[in-house]
Design a binder for this molecule. Structure first.
Ligand SMILES: C[S@@+](CC[C@H](N)C(=O)[O-])C[C@H]1O[C@@H](n2cnc3c(N)ncnc32)[C@H](O)[C@@H]1O
Length: 249
């Protein structure tokens, strides 16, 4: 990611409609499948500036974050987070079977992740048998836009691709679906317009201030939580995947 993107993320992620809506979707999906106990432990792989760790992930156990960027971990410390390690998702510095849940939100698509399958193999290794991984990834390579240049996208995914990657690492997929479906037409229109009127190369989707629509967009996205967690959605801007490490690997 471009360095300025970390500061922007830190500034907006506790109030921006996309993060708040995705929190509802994530909670609904975890609440459907994951049981917390007094010693549950969570790894947030590619934790960024730490918003998920410092807010809702703590409801699912003791959370540790890793990120390959010292800048990102610096922002995590500003949120008073201390359980952190500077490390790559392809070389996780914890012993096998250390965690009950590994989350990774919009990380595996990055150019800095040379091999997404190697990262999933690492998630599998550090999970206890029966543990869960929850991934969020950008959808459809044909939807690439200016924002993908800013965040160094190497690849965008489809549901069948993510399902296959999970199976290749030994995971049992529980729910692999698209999300951010209801606002898809707006996003598609924005991406198509960008092709006709290219934006400033340094611009980011996070810097788009939707003003009074922030609350509306948040509710629209959050209203997908039921569908994503229970049924799945047929298309969307993101792929959400929940998978289990079998009890007997
Ligand atoms: C788009 S941000 C997402 C951050 C956070 N997960 C969130 O949802 O806000 C992508 C993050 O992945 C991190 N990242 C990229 N490649 C990585 C790697 N190989 N290992 C660990 N983190 C990585 C980046 O530094 C950045 O913090």
């Amino acid at each position: 990611m471009e360095p300025q993107e970390y500061g922007l993320m830190f500034e907006v992620e506790t109030a921006h409609w996309w993060y708040l809506g995705m929190e509802k979707i994530t909670r609904a999906t975890l609440n459907q499948w994951y049981s917390v106990n007094f010693n549950s432990s969570v790894l947030d792989a590619g934790c960024g500036t730490g918003a998920a760790m410092s807010t809702y992930l703590a409801d699912y156990g003791h959370v540790t974050g890793i990120d390959v960027s010292p800048l990102a971990l610096g922002f995590c410390r500003k949120r008073n987070l201390t359980s952190l390690a500077l490390a790559s998702v392809t070389n996780i510095p914890f012993p096998p079977e250390s965690f009950d849940l590994v989350t990774s939100f919009d990380v595996l698509y990055e150019q800095a992740v040379r091999n997404d399958l190697a990262a999933l193999d690492e998630f599998f290794r550090v999970l206890r048998p029966g543990g869960l991984t929850l991934l969020r990834l950008p959808a459809y390579d044909w939807l690439r836009g200016q924002h993908d240049l800013t965040i160094h996208t190497a690849r965008r995914y489809t549901v069948p691709q993510v399902t296959q990657l999970l199976k290749d690492s030994g995971f049992q997929p529980l729910r692999v679906t698209y999300a951010n479906t209801f606002l898809f037409p707006l996003a598609l229109a924005k991406r198509l317009l960008e092709r006709i009127f290219p934006p400033d190369p340094s611009s980011s989707d996070l810097s788009v201030n939707v003003g009074m629509l922030n609350g509306l967009f948040k509710h629209v996205l959050a209203s997908e939580a039921f569908f994503v967690s229970r049924i799945g959605l047929p298309f969307g801007l993101s792929v959400i995947a929940l998978a289990r490490k079998p009890q007997t690997a």
